[in-house]
Design a protein around this ligand. Sequence first.
Ligand SMILES: C[S@@+](CC[C@H](N)C(=O)[O-])C[C@H]1O[C@@H](n2cnc3c(N)ncnc32)[C@H](O)[C@@H]1O
Ligand SMILES: [Zn+2]
Length: 161
Amino acid sequence: MGITPFQALACPLDGEALIRSGNTWICPDGHSFDIAKQGYVNLLPVQQKRSHDPGDSKAMVAARQRFLDAGHYQPIAESVSNAVLSHAKVQTVDNLPFSCLDAGCGEGYYLRQLADAAANSPSLSLMGLDISKWAVLAAAKQDAKHSPLSSWVVGSNAHPR
Ligand SMILES: C[S@@+](CC[C@H](N)C(=O)[O-])C[C@H]1O[C@@H](n2cnc3c(N)ncnc32)[C@H](O)[C@@H]1O
Ligand SMILES: [Zn+2]
């Protein structure tokens, strides 16, 4: 039982498995990605960016955070958490954690709600990914206020060509 940060990451440069060593994720070919002090890792190499500051801007992230913190979408978050947890109960086998990726997590509202709702549920392994560094920074900062429950990654959910 419990919530653990999702650990299975692939190198964005060659797809090899990343292994965590201290505060760095390293692939067998020597590519390394440091975990920022706020608790997230940037897996979006500059050559895979299509703009200087991709995804939602700092102001957009702050505005969404204010809106969500006001509780307007609380019922939606509850429904999302219930749906995920009902899948987790059905699919969890051999005590392996049920993995949940929020691909485009914004400032992490739904994963935080899920982590709170999952206190007495089967093991969950959580990851939030967003192409906006501002979103991931906000998510990691808020998560760190209790104890980090999710892995937070700056990256794209689209495979570069
Ligand atoms: C409408 S917002 C929703 C954020 C969050 N899911 C929520 O509901 O609060 C869409 C998010 O997707 C991110 N995004 C856009 N393109 C992306 C991509 N290719 N990979 C990952 N995230 C992306 C944006 O930066 C933004 O945070
Ligand atoms: Zn690599």
